[in-house]
Write a protein that binds this ligand. Structure first.
Ligand SMILES: CC(C)(COP(=O)(O)OP(=O)(O)OC[C@H]1O[C@@H](n2cnc3c(N)ncnc32)[C@H](O)[C@@H]1OP(=O)(O)O)[C@@H](O)C(=O)NCCC(=O)NCCS
Length: 182
């Protein structure tokens, strides 16, 4: 089912559809993006794999127990990354990636703030759990910047075999409300 569009100062977050496949593939199929992701993601990434992933794994569950938005700059057409929420993610309720050309501008932090609001205020989450590879400083910094608390270190398998451990983070509704009032 369609999911709501969320707006931030510079971005529109739009539910991912098959129409996004070309831009998604262009920015996503990059070892510097994919190496930080779970080892379940194939590498080398298969040709046509993005279209199939959107068709088979996003569209059928969109708005049910998974919400996957594309990040679109308000000023320019085209998806530049994604952010998603999962109701039943094992050790993980949120994921994100951004095309390398767009790192360093605060776009993902801006999207995270809006999506956290949506998770707690609209979807009724009481707690979100996040994970990232130990060493993925950019992802870790987003959690630090947005009020999450480090709660554990566990073994983890990522596309980059050099990553062997993951940090587990927690953000409760109470923490988020407090962070929002800072
Ligand atoms: C994780 C990822 C999305 C982070 O990208 P990012 O650009 O560092 O994050 P943001 O878009 O929030 O930008 C933050 C950076 O912009 C800077 N910035 C500039 N303007 C800003 C603003 N208005 N607000 C916040 N930050 C701003 C920040 O200082 C920060 O840079 P720094 O880390 O050098 O200090 C990106 O590195 C990525 O896609 N990595 C590969 C996939 C991945 O790791 N996914 C997560 C798996 S757990």
């Amino acid at each position: 089912m369609p999911i709501p569009m969320l707006a931030t100062e510079r971005l529109n977050l739009l539910g991912v559809t098959e129409a996004d496949a070309e831009a998604y593939e262009h920015h996503f199929v990059d070892y510097e993006v994919i190496r930080h992701l779970s080892a379940e993601v194939p590498w080398p990434f298969p040709a046509g794999g993005v279209q199939a992933f959107i068709r088979d794994q996003i569209v059928p569950v969109q708005g049910q127990d998974r919400w996957v938005w594309g990040l679109h700059r308000k000023s320019v057409d085209g998806l530049i990354g994604t952010i998603d929420l999962r109701r039943y993610g094992e050790r993980k309720n949120r994921g994100f990636w951004l095309g390398r050309a767009f790192w360093g501008h605060g776009y993902m932090t801006e999207a995270v703030i809006r999506v956290n609001d949506f998770a707690f205020d609209e979807l009724g989450f009481e707690r979100l759990i996040f994970a990232n590879a130990v060493g993925n400083e950019r992802s870790r910094n987003i959690k630090l910047r947005t009020g999450a608390r480090l709660v554990g270190l566990t073994p983890g398998a990522f596309v980059d075999p050099g990553y062997t451990r993951q940090e587990i983070w927690e953000l409760t509704k109470e923490q988020w409300v407090a962070w929002r009032q800072l």
